[in-house]
Design a protein around this ligand. Structure first.
Ligand SMILES: CC(=O)SCCNC(=O)CCNC(=O)[C@H](O)C(C)(C)COP(=O)(O)OP(=O)(O)OC[C@H]1O[C@@H](n2cnc3c(N)ncnc32)[C@H](O)[C@@H]1OP(=O)(O)O
Ligand SMILES: O=C([O-])CC(=O)C(=O)O
Length: 370
């Protein structure tokens, strides 16, 4: 048996949702650059679920379904009210999504039709859960979602109760497009492993949320924001990064298991970061980021991943730092559900082997002789 640490380079299954070939990322065969420039998040959701872009009526139907399903059961909303105020929003989201299953009459219906309907509810309701927790932890009442709003509009609206600006909605929507799927990343793989036992879709999503939360995966965007705050000014970048590298610490937002020549999503977020930080009068956030980027590239040959420039984008949109990873989850919910439905369609239990390295030929020793 050969062992591959971290399953690096292992092709675990076939999938027709998303590809990364020679550093080029495509959803359904369409380059992410075209999607970032032209597509809305709702179009991308359809693309991931159906393998093709929607026609006008198909898109309208999906938008209507998402809008009409954005409200969460009142019992779930009520339970969020009782969460301890200090818990991380990813922990709150993990529990809240799990509790959605308790009130979903179709939770155990394994038909493809029911799983599609649940996918709509999961994508539609994730922003509502996050915004509700965000408001309740601040002692505010949740804002009900609007059925006529897109996912991007609704999330920003539910945070404040005010209609977001077009600029904010556009930036947020592009970020959602960029984060929607990424073939067998850790959280998607966790979801697929979970549902490959033929458990329900909510169980798969709870696994995925718990996996995304970690700082080596989606949690890195929050860690980048914390780092920018810690550095504080451009003059401190060099000494801060130097001491981290000297201590062999990782710099969050850099490196990638698959991309060695750079993450194609990062340039979009970099552009957005430059524009938005200037608009809010905090260009230093972008300048610091670029200086870190240059230094890590020179010193370590590492490039920024999707999490690096997204941090300054979200700061510019006025979002709380610990909401950055939940925002990733809002987008990735589309990819997770697409992969779960694909897994069910052609399922086989996922069960690798372990290369045992522990002791052998041991015997049971009674407790008073140990
Ligand atoms: C959406 C996403 O999930 S994107 C990834 C988000 N995660 C991060 O940004 C966290 C920081 N980055 C990392 O920890 C890694 O680059 C990962 C987890 C993304 C990829 O990990 P792996 O493919 O397992 O690479 P691994 O951790 O083995 O690193 C290989 C080498 O590069 C170094 N390295 C990798 N990333 C970094 C980094 N961000 N900072 C400093 N050194 C790094 C490692 O220390 C290691 O060096 P060594 O060979 O001298 O020990
Ligand atoms: O693919 C990965 O390993 C991580 C990543 O970039 C993502 O999930 O978007």
């Amino acid at each position: 048996m050969t062992t591959t640490r971290g399953l690096e380079g292992v092709v675990a299954a076939q999938s027709s949702i998303c590809s990364i070939v020679d550093g080029v990322l495509c959803y359904g065969g369409i380059n992410i650059d075209e999607l970032a420039e032209h597509a809305t998040f709702e179009e991308v959701v359809y693309l991931l679920w159906h393998g093709a872009l929607p026609k006008r009526d198909q898109l309208e139907t999906l938008k209507k379904q998402l809008g009409e399903n954005a409200a969460v059961p009142k019992e779930v909303l009520e339970s969020i009210r009782h969460y301890p105020k200090g818990v991380h929003p990813m922990a709150a989201l993990r529990t809240a999504v799990s509790s959605l299953a308790l009130y979903d009459p179709e939770a155990q219906d394994m038909s493809p039709e029911a799983n599609y309907r649940k996918s709509i509810r999961l994508v539609a309701q994730t922003p509502t859960l996050i915004a509700a927790y965000e408001r309740m932890r601040k002692g505010l009442e949740p804002v009900a979602p609007r059925a006529d709003f897109t996912i991007a509009q609704n999330f920003l609206y539910m945070l404040t109760g005010e209609e977001p600006t077009e600029t904010a909605v556009k930036a947020f929507d592009v970020a959602l497009v960029l984060h929607a799927d990424h073939e067998f990343n850790a959280s998607t793989f966790a979801a697929r492993v979970t549902v490959a036992t033929l458990t329900d879709i909510y169980s798969g999503i709870v696994s995925a949320i718990g996996t995304l939360k970690g700082p080596l995966h989606g949690g890195a965007n929050e860690a980048v924001a914390k780092m920018l705050v810690e550095i504080g000014s451009i003059d401190n970048v060099e000494s801060y990064i130097r001491s981290k590298l000297d201590n062999k610490e990782k710099i969050m937002g850099f490196g990638h298991r698959v991309y060695k020549d750079g993450d194609p999503r990062a340039k979009w977020l970099k552009q957005m970061s430059q524009k938005l930080t200037a608009q809010i009068g905090r260009p230093e956030l972008f300048e610091m980021s670029v200086k870190i980027d240059d230094m890590i590239s020179k010193e370590k040959g590492l490039k920024p991943n999707v999490d690096f420039y997204s941090a300054s984008v979200y700061i510019s949109l006025g979002l709380e730092t610990d909401l950055f990873t939940p925002i990733f989850a809002i987008s990735r919910m589309s990819g997770w559900t697409a992969h779960i439905m694909e897994q069910y369609e052609n399922n086989r239990l996922i069960r690798p082997r372990a290369d045992y390295t522990g002791p052998v030929n041991q015997h049971y020793v009674p407790i008073d002789r140990r």
